[in-house]
Design a protein around this ligand. Structure first.
Ligand code: FES
Ligand code: FES
Length: 152
């Protein structure tokens, strides 16, 4: 059975196995390789995308569960919060190897879209599932605060 869904504002259709993880569809079928594969078991956050505005680990979501929903990947981020996050990430030179950063930015953006002035606890909660092997956590926190401060 075909699955129809929206990715970054475009209607998409997937005709394969409905249990195929969303991440495989995004990367292998649609060629959107900004979303990364890390653990494959919803433990690292590298594969985070937004589904209907909420962060979701795409490695562990079967495409069947995405039918009729709106997916945003790192390539499609365009909200004021997303732009503030991207600007702060560059200004504070957050990235080290970069592998985890797509997921970090997706989680940070979802947080600021929902709450422009998050507390430290909000940040801890929102970012807890995103692992960074390069330990850029301090810069990530500083960049979220800088992005927050730049939003009205
Ligand atoms: S690859 Fe999805 S959470 Fe690690
Ligand atoms: S920047 Fe290298 S894993 Fe996070």
């Amino acid at each position: 059975m075909a699955v129809n869904f929206d990715v970054n504002g475009q209607q998409r259709r997937f005709d394969g196995d409905p249990q195929t993880p969303l991440l495989w569809v995004i990367r292998d079928e649609l060629g959107l390789t900004g979303t990364k594969y890390g653990c494959g078991i919803a433990q690292c956050g590298a594969c985070t995308v937004h589904v209907d505005g909420q962060p979701l680990r795409s490695c562990s979501a079967p495409i069947a569960a995405i039918a009729g929903r709106k997916v945003t990947t790192i390539e499609g981020l365009a909200s004021p919060a997303a732009k503030a996050v991207q600007k702060a990430w560059i200004a504070l030179e957050v990235v080290q190897c970069g592998y985890c950063q797509s997921g970090q930015i997706m989680s940070a953006t979802a947080l600021l879209e929902q709450k422009r002035k998050p507390t430290d606890t909000d940040i801890d909660r929102a970012m807890a599932g995103n692992i960074c092997r390069c330990a850029t956590y301090q810069r990530i926190r500083a960049a979220i605060k800088a992005a927050s401060a730049s939003l009205a």
